[in-house]
Design a protein around this ligand. Sequence first.
Ligand code: BGC
Length: 840
Amino acid sequence: MTGSPSTPERPHAPGRGITAGQQADHEAAVEAALGKLDLDTKTRLLAGQDFWSLPALPEIGLDSLVMSDGPIGVRGVRSTADDPSIALPSPTALSATWDPDLAHRAGQLLAQEARRKGVHVLLAPTVNLHRSPLGGRHFETYSEDPYLTGAIGTGYVRGVQSGGVGTTVKHFVGNDAETDRFTVDNRIAPRPLRELYLAPFETIVKNAHPWGIMTAYNTVNGTSMTEHRYLVNEVLRGEWRFDGINVSDWTAARSTVGDALGGLDLAMPGPRTVYGENLAAAVRAGQVDEPVVDEAVRRVLLLAARTGVLTTTEPVVPAEALPAPVDGDALAREIATRSFVLLRNEGGVLPLDPAGPRIALSGAAARDARVLGGGSATVYPDHVVSPLDGLSAALPEGALSYELGADPANELDVAGKGFDLRAVCRDADGETLASVPLPSGHIQWMGNDLPEGVSYENVHTIEVTGTFTPRESGTHAFGTRGVGGFRLTVDGKSLYTGEVRLGDAADPFEAFFGKPTERGRLDLTEGESVELSLLHTVAKPEGLPIQAIVFTLLHQDPEHDADELIARAVEAARAADTAVVVVATTERVESEGFDRRDLNLPGRQNDLVRAVAAVNPRTVVVVNAGSPVELPWREEVAAVLLSWFPGQEGGAALADVLLGAAEPGGRLPTTWPKTLADAPVTRTAPTDGKLEYEEGVFIGYRAWEKAGATPAYPFGHGLGYTDWTYESLTVEPAGDGLTVTVRVRNRGERTGRETVQVYLAPTDPVPDAGRSERPARWLAGFAGVEAAAGTSAEAVIHIARRAFQIWDEEAGDWTAVPGPYAVEAGRSVLDLRVSAATEI
Ligand code: BGC
């Protein structure tokens, strides 16, 4: 079989932020470089030389192009304590700000971080949708609404690329859950595919001109996404004029010919991929035409030109044109305060009086904050401000008490607090190759991401060694996770010697991040340091697509009587003016590689909240979770504040918001159900390999409205510290859309920020039939406005023609649905205050 690319002519119009002159220079530099490369070198350039980078080709002035995750920080190619990263709030938090300008500033900071770490392309943003609250990477994506997702993603991509760093918008498309993610065939009809799942990608491609896209692990309608010629070459490149690279998700590329003909440019990670010499062989065998390879190489070289890696031309953003430096700690704090969603505030219990209250704080996450979600999105910040740290710093001496209350971590966790660790790497003769500090007991060295002097080939053992200073007296448990040999010694006592073999896990994540295993217990005393050593013999299993050294030293604090913990928190709460309880999910609940099974808060956290609320009517619950959880006590407490995974400055931001220095600015980007059973989509597991998106266009609030059901908190909901009156709404034609002007007045006592949301609702009394069945309303625009107490402000919002269109499955095109519409504005999808009629 032979094939030629069905890509359109390359667009000559430069993308956003790129001048016509730059585009022409880049294209000329790319052609000159391409002309000097032979087939083997070209195909080598289409695969990673290691986990994160492409080969350098000095003969054409090409440096090695480096990529890194994304999206809340830039991990870089190393994950060690000496290479920390700023950790911003989770993507769900960023979208809760409903502020593309803030996303833009986040992007600028990330570009600055990328440059600091020698990274040219950020593997972000993640713009799959919240189809079901069970989706394991829900925290890493923005919203159940494609418009909000597209708007935040556009700001983010523009921000990163304004700093001269590329993005790969991911995972194109349909990676909305994690169960069987490598093999699942998501069956998505054309309308939901276009109107929901492709829509954020389309918006971002058209408005932010990303320099890359990442194709997903999954299959869509029978074709693996890395081979999806129709969606990649016809839709993305053809209809939308995308001119960037298409990189596979890590290990997603599985077919040399299928991927090449399907429009995949880059197979990652290396060095073992279906491209490289396999692709050269396929060309020589006549299975792939060389022009297909050339097109892919052009796109890789164009990315290199844009990011300054192809040194024969100027990058899009030369050093002298870089944006002003950003203070990462300050921005992390600002985004966090702007993202916190005040779900409930009975009697105005918040904000608290910073001078007055005695606060009884409880909850494990108040002390050990959960600041980010797990998996490839993990970064290692150099410090974390917990709620306990943040409130202690902001309150007068003696005003704050702390009790654990309930510990959701009912199993071993990565050795962290109290551990001071190094990794000593040795070869087979026992010679030391390197000794490096470790941020925690987790080692994750992929490809060449190894300490200086260490290689996958020469390393034989890695000893995690150092001291542990217990925070409490009692019986401490220690354990391991990972594959290979282990010898664990704590305080001179041998706890375990043995070997763990690689099972038949299909997902490398399962192999490396599987269930923790306890290896022994020891009675230790608070404050008394002990020596420890975990000697790991590196397993180098055959047949893995990646070279990775991943294992973990685990630890668990002494277990306490759960009733006693609650009783102590209750006593403290009884004696205080205000009780603040922080509840949280754990890394075993929200992470990559698996979906959630339920929406419960783990452990006895619900009991803790109820018991505290029973003795203190001024109980404020802080929900530290990246995705919806059930809050069965929500009507029994005075206030509920959602802090998401708030990033490294979360505790400082929490103090700002609880004590009134800042208003909680967030609005829900996704509906919060009362119970999982109420959620419209609860199936994320395929049957016989297939997952039917049978709900069509009805996900999120579109589905809640269709069912006539009421959630715990609707899409768009979020209180501030002031009140707003919606005074008027006017609609005027503008271009092929509308301009909507909404006047709001701040009738509270302090300056505030309001997120004005505009929805479009068809009002034709004749119900839509069959294929054109539409939701009751959908988000068509929004804007944030600020106003001082007593003053008014105007939100001016453009509604694009697309808001009136549906994807006509028969015509294979967008079509506007004529008829009368209500243009409605308000504070959430269920709290609409003003409206006007319009007709198209
Ligand atoms: C994830 C991607 C990530 C890649 C590299 C994959 O498992 O799905 O989002 O960019 O790993 O870490």
